[in-house]
Design a protein around this ligand. Sequence first.
Ligand code: ATP
Length: 225
Amino acid sequence: MLIEFKNIFVEREGRQTLADLSLSLSEHRIGIIGPNGSGKSTFIRLINGLLLPKTGQIRVDGLDTRHDVEKIRRKVGFVFQNPDNQIVFPMVSEDIEFGLKRRISDAVVRRQRMLEALAQLGVLHLQDRLIHTLSGGERQLIALAGVLATEPDILVFDEPTTQLDLSMRNRFEQHLRALAQPALIVSHDLDLMDTMERVLVLREGRLAFDGTARAATAWYRTHCG
Ligand SMILES: Nc1ncnc2c1ncn2[C@@H]1O[C@H](COP(=O)(O)OP(=O)(O)OP(=O)(O)O)[C@@H](O)[C@H]1O
């Protein structure tokens, strides 16, 4: 994986929300922390073209988010903070299979892929459950299974553990560690950030610190606490 940000400036509703950002990301686990409103969600939304910068260029494995959005969206799987935002069908199996419709025309292959993704996360037993009967933690795992089923090359998580209790969070972290794909993770969970290879700290729309997990979380505690 290689994600390159070159001279990025972003404006939202006339206000500058990211400024002067240039960096290359190639580590397997990258964390992004920062105070509320510092631009973390904005930053990760640039990666798959959900947002475009006012100026500058973002390339994902050589693909430009301005010109290659379709290809990039196939490559980058997004897991949002609230699983309900990405689950659209009432039943688990139906929802995951629907997410594969545009990629896989064969219904048997779709079903197989859905079962594999649920099995990978240890939630195969939930396949026939109605989404509204699942706990928040189970829903988060189903949302992740839906993304994994699409076999993305890169995963992006926006505050994935915010709604999880301690045991679910530990379970989620174990799955995260086991994922083969590189992942970028936005979180306020500094314990989770301590497991990352590299951590970026955003503050007021700028890259305020970039380093190892230990150095970055220490810097964050000192300067943003
Ligand atoms: N859709 C939008 N329209 C206009 N401004 C926005 C929009 N979304 C975010 N912003 C603004 O951009 C700035 C950065 O927001 P962003 O959501 O990227 O921060 P964040 O670091 O992810 O915050 P949090 O930790 O609270 O989720 C904030 O000032 C916010 O008000």
